[in-house]
Design a protein around this ligand. Structure first.
Ligand SMILES: *Cc1c(COP(=O)(O)O)cnc(C)c1O
Length: 368
């Protein structure tokens, strides 16, 4: 006798598993991680603290990490506001993906809309569907800014913004973000995965408004993607609901200890990485322009290079030992190079110059 197949939650058939090309490659510039390696103090903790970290459960809601993040956000970096940020305004998660997912679940009822700029982070429509929400793509404007009127018209329960935006690398204008925050009826998520590289932040909006969640991660500038450490800053009531939705024990003890060490001791190191990224990005942009493949103006640790046949070009680069991330059907922003390439583009992580030089050599061979 065959049993009837168990039905999953409605809409799950349309969710595809995330499947970037992860085959090992000599030079992997495909995922925007830190090509200079992990934050050194975190690495030291990982080597020393492993044994006693794995037997017991971690702290339920990562209170030690929250405290370290509060100190970091209050005193250091591009997000400094001059006013202390309290640990009660911070929630952590198993990567910032986990925090975004939990926030959608905490605030969206089944069938409600999530407004998402297009193009933007590919995982966001997936998280929306996982939570029975309806993703509504809204094309970026010709200056790669959010379309404020159309975004507000979507009347979404959750509005997602990303600055600098992945995969374009472009920042959103402060006036546009503020207009959304001031007038949106639901939750506004601002993803700042790359803000250390941009040298600016919207964290102050989370202090001013009750409906804003600033999402950040230790995966990129801190070089700790494999540890899965993300966090968000927002009003205490908002943070409490995301924490209810997310559940306990999502940050492992070893990850928490490594992150606390990095936040305490590696902030200067992050600063040197940010400087190298910005210098190499400037130089790489010049060279790409010379070979006829100019990238969009990026303020992140990657560039998006519109070109026809990006998938074919990426395959040819892979044969030469270089992995980059091709996109085929990105939204063709009117009057932009993305429209000219038919939405086809390569996203390339900025790493040490030898790696970028190898990309340039390979592109000279591959491009027509
Ligand atoms: C890389 C990235 C993240 C980080 O995800 P984690 O789950 O923290 O590793 C979040 N948002 C965007 C837009 C990203 O590109």
């Amino acid at each position: 006798m065959t049993l009837p197949q168990l039905a999953s939650r409605r809409g799950y058939d349309s969710i595809s598993l995330y499947s970037p090309d992860r085959r090992p490659c000599a030079i992997d510039l495909s995922d925007n991680t830190n090509m200079w390696g992990p934050a050194p103090s975190a690495l030291r903790i990982l080597r020393e603290a492993a044994a006693e970290s794995v037997v017991r459960y971690p702290t339920t809601y990562a209170s030690t990490l929250k405290q370290a993040l509060a100190t970091y956000l209050t005193h250091v970096g591009e997000h400094r506001t001059g006013r202390p940020i309290d640990a009660g305004r911070i929630v952590t998660g198993c990567g910032s993906d986990d925090v975004i997912d939990s926030a959608m679940r905490a605030y969206g009822e089944a069938g409600e809309r999530v407004a998402i700029p297009d193009p933007s982070f590919a995982m966001i429509p997936v998280f929306a569907r996982m939570n029975a929400l309806d993703p509504v793509p809204i094309a970026l404007t010709a200056t790669y800014d959010i379309d404020v009127a159309r975004t507000l018209d979507a009347n979404a329960r959750v509005t997602y913004l990303c600055s600098p935006n992945n995969p374009t690398g472009t920042p959103l204008r402060r006036s546009s973000v503020e207009a959304i925050v001031d007038r949106a009826s639901g939750l506004v998520i601002i993803d700042e995965a790359y803000s250390e590289f941009a040298g600016s932040s919207f964290i102050d909006l989370a202090e001013r408004s009750d409906n804003v969640l600033i999402i950040r991660t230790m995966s990129k500038a801190f070089g700790l993607a494999g540890l899965r450490l993300g966090y968000a800053v927002g009003a205490p009531a908002l943070i409490a609901n995301v924490e209810r939705s997310r559940g306990p024990y999502k940050v492992s003890d070893i990850a928490e200890k490594a992150a606390v060490a990095a936040l305490g001791s590696d902030v200067e190191w992050v600063g040197t990485i940010v400087d190298r990224v910005s210098e190499n990005r400037r130089r790489f942009t010049e060279c790409l322009t010379v070979i006829g493949a100019p990238p969009l103006p990026s303020s992140a640790n990657f560039v998006l290079v519109p070109m026809r046949e990006a998938v074919t070009v990426a395959a040819a680069l892979r044969e030469r030992g270089i992995a980059v991330r091709p996109f085929e059907r990105l939204a063709c922003i009117p009057n932009s190079p993305l429209a000219a390439s038919g939405g086809s583009a390569l996203r390339i992580t900025i790493g040490p110059w030898e790696m970028l030089d190898a990309v340039l050599d390979a592109l000279r061979e591959v491009l027509p």
